[in-house]
Design a protein around this ligand. Structure first.
Ligand code: UD1
Ligand code: CA
Length: 460
């Protein structure tokens, strides 16, 4: 019988070995935080059954995951992993779960199936506690598993307390940091943890020897020698894990039918969906919840996040975030699309054009050197080089509307809020402060005067 399982994620530590001011669990792998991986893996569990212990720069963690707000537990002082679990224990018992799985927040891969097998094994064998163990050629840094003659786990010795000679040599079976506890049977033992060790911390792993001392069996279920359950403690481990995940994602996409040229320099986040028949040239980075459809062609040196790309063309050196590019749109080279940009069917955004919170409808064109912010640009509109929407008055943002087939001459400033009517033509160099009616020719610039250079009198 599968027990009713709650989850506690230990995420309060500073991550001293990372040498960063960012809490370790907010370090990113392929653009996603370590804690984000853990949360996503547990997305099938009701949020009310997942408690996360935070401490070091807790406010930053809370701000990153506002939807989890009610299920954070604070560990004011980081006195060790055992202490972190103690901080969460009242919430667990109030939560009414029979068993709780404890995970380290610095281990992005959550072996969901193995955890449910571990919980089953605990119940079947009557164990008070279970853990997944790893077999590593180089166990440095990990807690070593001590088993008794009958194979039961009776202790874990942390790296800093481990002296190989005392155990008849090196031990290659280590603690993965994934545990299941029987809530009722472990409750009384929690308070018995002490700080009598090399780091003067409450080690969660002391629960193993406490169970053994109270004749409560502990099962250690081997998870093999996989690298997946390695914790991330240092920059080397962070980028090492990132590179192995990158290679896995790129290789999976190639197998599925995506053309990835110069693949060693293509970085794709774990939540990006790319359809077979899309084509990408590296170096290129695509992150977040981006979706790239069949027929999209993305040239080298692009950075894309949280965007949807239909069968369009993105030319080199474009930077695209929170945007939608529709069929046959052409963007770049050197385009910048900021969040809220919607580039319509066959529309064109050329070099050094910045677009923000703006829609370019079907066939609209902005070929060169423009800023289009908070605007709605109708079908067939042509935006001349150097056009700027002046959307900010220093206090508030205002919208610019340009209706279908209008033609905006080069170097025009559109002072929002303003509307340019359908089919209107705005002369180059205009500063448009008033609405332009449909079909009008708007000239909003000073008239040119040519003087005689010597006499400074008007010439004909
Ligand atoms: C821990 C285990 C070790 C195991 C390894 C697996 C202990 C004592 N050791 O070591 O046996 O082999 O994981 O990766 O548990 N944390 C808190 N509060 C604290 C301290 C830590 O929430 O006071 C959190 C950290 O944010 C981290 C997790 O607990 O996410 C593990 O802490 P870490 O210091 O990385 O433990 P390890 O030394 O890796
Ligand atoms: Ca760790």
């Amino acid at each position: 019988m599968i027990p009713e399982l709650g989850y506690v994620i230990l995420a309060a530590g500073k991550g001293t070995r990372m040498h960063s001011d960012l809490p370790k669990v907010l370090q990113e792998v392929l653009g996603k935080t370590l804690l984000g991986y853990v949360f996503d893996a547990l997305s099938h569990v009701p949020m009310s059954q997942v408690w996360t212990v935070i401490g070091f720069r807790a406010a930053d963690v809370e701000m990153t995951f506002p939807q989890r707000q009610e299920h954070f537990v604070h560990q004011a002082e980081q006195l060790g992993t055992g202490h972190a679990l103690m901080c969460a224990w009242d919430r667990i018992t109030d939560g009414g779960v029979s068993h709780v799985c404890v995970l380290n927040g610095d281990t992005p891969h959550v072996p969901v199936d193995a955890i449910s097998d571990l919980a089953d094994a605990c119940v079947a064998s009557g164990a008070a506690m279970g853990m997944l163990t790893l077999r590593l050629d180089d166990p440095f840094g990990y807690g070593r598993i001590i088993r008794s003659a009958d194979g039961c786990v009776k202790g874990v010795v942390e790296e800093k307390d481990f002296i190989a000679a005392d155990h008849g040599g090196e031990i290659h079976e280590v603690n993965s940091g994934v545990y299941v506890f029987d809530v009722n049977r472990c409750s009384a033992l929690l308070g018995l943890m002490d700080r009598d060790n090399a780091q003067r911390e409450y080690y969660l792993t002391q629960m193993v020897s406490l169970c053994a001392a109270h004749n409560l069996p502990v099962v250690g279920v081997p998870f093999g020698s996989s690298d997946l359950l390695r914790g991330i403690n240092s920059p080397r481990e962070l980028v090492g894990f990132e590179e192995s995940l990158r290679v896995k994602i790129v290789s999976g996409l190639l197998d599925a039918g995506v053309i990835l040229r110069n693949r060693d320099s293509i970085v794709i986040g774990p939540d990006v969906a790319i359809a077979p028949g899309a084509e990408i040239v590296g170096p290129c980075e695509i992150y977040g919840k981006s979706r790239i459809e069949r027929g999209a062609v993305i040239a080298s040196h692009c950075w894309i996040k949280d965007s949807v790309l239909g069968p369009c063309q993105v030319k080199s050196f474009s930077h695209i975030e929170g945007s939608h590019l529709r069929e046959e749109a052409i963007v770049g080279p050197y385009a910048r699309l900021r969040p809220g940009s919607d580039i319509g069917e066959g529309a064109r955004v050329g070099n050094f054009v910045e677009v923000k919170k703006s829609v370019l409808h079907k066939g609209a064109k902005a070929g060169h050197l423009s800023y289009l912010g908070d605007s709605d640009i109708g079908p067939g509109v042509n935006i001349g080089a150097g056009t700027i929407t002046c959307n900010y008055d220093g206090v508030r943002k205002h919208r610019t509307e340009i209706l279908e087939n209008a033609f905006i001459g080069s170097n025009t400033a559109l002072v929002a809020p303003v509307t340019v009517g359908a089919g209107a033509l705005v002369a180059a160099g205009s500063v448009v402060t008033k609405n332009v009616p449909d079909g009008a020719l708007c000239v909003a610039r000073s008239r040119q005067t040519n003087l005689d250079r010597k006499k400074q009198t008007p010439q004909s």
